[in-house]
Design a protein around this ligand. Sequence first.
Ligand SMILES: C[S@@+](CC[C@H](N)C(=O)[O-])C[C@H]1O[C@@H](n2cnc3c(N)ncnc32)[C@H](O)[C@@H]1O
Length: 223
Amino acid sequence: MRDVKDHWFRQAKREGYRSRAAFKLTDIDDRKQILSTGDRVLDCGAAPGSWSQVAARRVGRRGSVVAVDLKAIDAEGLPENVTLHEADLREMELETLGGGVFDVVLSDMAPDTTGDPFGDHHRSIRLCNDLLDRVPAWLRPGGNLVMKVFEGEAYRDLLVRANGMFQKAKGFKPVASRSESVEMFVICKDFLPPDERQDGDAAESEEMIPVPPRPKPTPGWND
Ligand SMILES: C[S@@+](CC[C@H](N)C(=O)[O-])C[C@H]1O[C@@H](n2cnc3c(N)ncnc32)[C@H](O)[C@@H]1O
C-alpha cells in the first residue's frame, strides 16, 4: 500500500505534477479517450491542480481548461490556457465560466470525508447529481464527462442516470487509485441531448435503462 503511494507520489514529483491524482486522469484518458486536441475543458474540484496540468497538456494550446475549486489554486507554473475560479461549482453559471459550452467536463470533486462512510457516500452522490443537473446546459452534444464518486448503495442509481444521458457510462478504477479506496470514476461518453435519446425524455428514460450489473471490487472488473 505504502509502496504504491510512494511510487505515484515520487512519479508526480519527477514529472512536475502537483499531486499523484495526475496519474488517475492520465490512465483514464489513455484507456478511455476522453480529451482531444483543441477541447474546452471544465475541471471541477481542481485544487491543487494536477488534473488541470494533465488536461492542459493534452488539449494543447488551441484548447483551454477552466478550473474551479472551493480552495484557491496557485496559478504559478500553470499553462496559460488554464483559467482559475475559487468558488463552489454549484454556484457557478455558464457565463461566469467563460461563456460557451464545454467539450469535456471533469470532476474529481469530493466532499471532506468525515469518517462516516454512509454520509460521505451520499454527499459524494449529491455532488455527482448536482453536476449531472448542469450537463445539459454546460456540455456540448457528443461531449464527455468523467466524475469521481464514493461507491455505496446509491452508486447503481447514479450509473443508471448517467446511462440515460450518455451513449455509454461505466465505472472505472484507474491504476493510481488505491485499491482499498471507495473512490470510483464514472466515465460518460458521448452526451445525448434529450431529443436524441431513445424515448426523448431523460427522466422517463431512466426507468427504461437496464440496471448495469453491480461491479465487483476485484482487479480487472473495471475493464
Ligand atoms: C481530490 S481533490 C481534487 C484533486 C485535483 N483533481 C488534482 O488533481 O489536483 C477534491 C477537490 O474537490 C473540491 N470540491 C469539493 N466540493 C466542491 C464544490 N462544490 N465546488 C468546487 N470544488 C469542490 C475540494 O475543495 C477538493 O480540492
